[in-house]
Design a protein around this ligand. Structure first.
Ligand SMILES: Cc1ncc(COP(=O)(O)O)c(C=O)c1O
Length: 399
């Protein structure tokens, strides 16, 4: 099939819900992807943060092949060895007090599970979420998501959700009532612009939840599994939530959502109250076991910390040179660069020059590369951006 045929078919048959980029990818390895013509790109999107261990990591590929020949499908109502291996691995790497798991299929689903769980456990309906938060687009997760563009067309949403200004403990405390089940936060807001909370915020939030007898839910769908330089972002602040939502990167590129909670909380679900047909299927579990082994053996969180520091230093050098860069921020290999204008042209020009990057709002570039990215690849990304910014000083990017 040639590229035009691919594009025509997707345009004709696929729901028109993605802002498509004019490139057809068909191969990947590590931090690199190639298009249908063989052009190479450094993938700083990491498939929206999915490819923590890199594209087609050989150990993940091997696990998928092996498991595909053994057993692909096994409903949660039967026991399965790969699933139980994965459950053990998850509790080994997540905070100690979290030890009961629901396996789903996506980030939004892991949030749906957390919302239902908080309501069931507490017997209360209200969830407090943050303005600018992103938690997914299924109806429950969407009700916790802030962006009006995503919410408005689908009203009425699930009742019981309140949004408060992020990082504002007074407003959060003021929003709690006797009907509040939980507070839901991303430790670092990703889609909301790569925003790190102020010092002490998450610790104090934990204290408020304890004082008010309200559950604390962390959505680490984007920040989990080494992305920020620790296995989970909450470790930077030494704060453990009551419920933790995970997804994106855990299965080396296959779909898997995880909701992990304290045992007494997860035990409030009774038989049949929250299930999913594909939940914990052996193929995905085998891939996730391999991916977690890679994260641990290759010390990917440490690598994200050191390479992230290097990447940020280089970006800050660009900031010092070009006034159009307002701020560089982030933790590990979750980095945002805020510009003084719309960045669509930067994204397109980077792609032209062999670098794929994400946005996080109109004027923020976001980098979520595979954690296996090499320093030389980071240097190339910086050189490409430098060239574009140099040209951008001549007004070109401002259209
Ligand atoms: C913090 C956060 N939560 C939830 C989601 C939703 O995940 P999914 O797209 O897998 O449903 C995302 C996706 O970007 C996310 O960043």
């Amino acid at each position: 099939m040639n590229e035009q045929e691919v594009i025509d078919i997707e345009r004709r048959l696929m729901a028109n819900v993605y802002a498509k980029r004019p490139v057809t990818l068909n191969r990947g390895r590590g931090a690199l992807v190639w298009d249908i013509h063989g052009k190479e790109y450094i993938d700083c999107t990491g498939s929206y943060g999915v490819c923590i261990v890199g594209h087609s990591h050989p150990k993940v590929v091997e696990a998928i092949k092996r498991q595909a020949e053994t057993l692909i499908s096994c409903h949660g109502s039967f026991y399965n060895d790969e699933r139980s291996k994965l459950l053990q691995k998850i509790v080994q790497i997540t905070p100690k007090s979290l030890n009961k798991i629901f396996l789903g299929n996506s980030g939004a689903e892991s949030v749906e599970c957390a919302i239902k769980l908080a309501r069931k456990f507490s017997g209360s309906p209200e969830i407090i979420a943050m303005m600018t938060a992103f938690h997914g687009k299924t109806m429950g997760a969407l009700s916790a998501t802030w962006n009006k563009k995503y919410r408005e067309p689908f009203k009425p949403l699930v009742p019981g959700f309140k949004h408060v200004p992020p990082d504002n403990l007074e407003k959060i405390r003021g929003a709690i009532t006797e009907k509040t089940a939980a507070i839901l936060v991303e430790p670092i807001r990703g889609e909301g612009g790569v925003r790190i909370p102020p010092k002490g915020f998450l610790q104090e939030l934990r204290e408020i939840c304890d004082e008010e007898d309200v559950l604390l839910i962390f959505d680490e769908v984007q920040t989990g599994f080494g992305r920020t330089g620790k296995m989970f972002a909450c470790e930077h602040w030494g704060v453990t939530p009551d419920i933790l939502c995970l997804a994106k990167s855990v299965a080396g590129g296959l779909p898997l959502g995880i909701t992990i909670a304290k045992e007494n909380i997860m035990s409030s679900f009774k038989l049949g109250e929250h299930t999913s047909t594909f939940s914990g299927n052996p193929l995905v579990c085998a891939a996730a076991c391999a991916a977690i082994d890679v994260m641990v053996e290759e010390r990917l969180p440490e690598r994200a910390a050191s390479h992230g520091r290097y990447f940020k230093e280089k970006l800050k050098e660009l900031q010092a040179r070009y006034n159009i860069v307002r701020e560089v921020r982030g933790l590990g290999l979750m980095i945002g660069v805020e510009f003084r204008f719309d960045i669509l042209n930067i994204i397109l020009q980077s792609m032209d020059k062999g670098v794929l990057v994400l946005d996080a709002g109109r004027n923020i570039l976001r980098f979520l590369p595979p954690l296996v990215i090499e320093k030389e690849q980071i240097d190339k990304v910086i050189s490409v951006l430098g060239t574009i910014l140099e040209e951008g000083e001549n007004e070109q990017l401002r259209s």
